[in-house]
Design a protein around this ligand. Sequence first.
Ligand code: SAM
Length: 228
Amino acid sequence: MFYYYGRKKQIAKHYPSPNYECIIEPFAGSAAYSFFSDNWRNQVILIEKDPKVASIWEWLINEATEQKIKNLPDLKVGEKSSEFLHIIHAATKMAFKYKTITVTPVLARNWEISKRVMAENLQKIKHWQIICGDYTMAPDIDATWFIDPPYMSEPGMGYGFSSALINYEELAKWSLSRPGEVICCEGEYGDYLPFETLLDLKGVAGKSSREKMFYRSPHSPAQLRLVA
Ligand SMILES: C[S@@+](CC[C@H](N)C(=O)[O-])C[C@H]1O[C@@H](n2cnc3c(N)ncnc32)[C@H](O)[C@@H]1O
């Protein structure tokens, strides 16, 4: 729905389609997996620890109308903004540290695109639910769990609530104890679950990054399940 550092918009099609009526994203961000294709039609429950991110979802779900979104001002290159919803469109992992930002051409363009996407697709997310809090607050129900935490490498980089604050051993146990099917995302260096390479992403200036996934299907053997 909106630009977000680390969002899964471009690669959402590579993950398994949901086999359960309910999708839970315990590290919501902009929830690109739930929004992708027809996934949004399911019951969707988002959990997000950063109150600023959660409040974007609260506003979109409970208050926003197409007209209210269209009425939000466009941004002009060179002006300053202290709006968190603008700041996250700056396309940098450092955006979360800024209180005020000077609008760049990239930010202005990303904001213009997001405004259009949010207005055109608002009705898709009106039945979704957002919980502001820790991932462990997710309801313990059968679901397709799309677990996309801040990646293990680069502790402290990006996000208001970064990887430095996550105990990955606890996260692994919790993920394996989820009822239903489990999709876990990681980068090249995450090693707390038996991740496998999903794809290599080409970035700018010839840099590439590896996306990994751990998938436990509804039919996986019992050793991939933990009883909490
Ligand atoms: C990699 S991003 C998720 C990106 C998302 N899949 C998307 O498509 O936009 C990780 C998110 O987890 C949130 N987060 C960090 N620690 C958390 C925690 N303990 N519980 C819930 N959310 C947390 C961060 O604020 C961030 O929004």
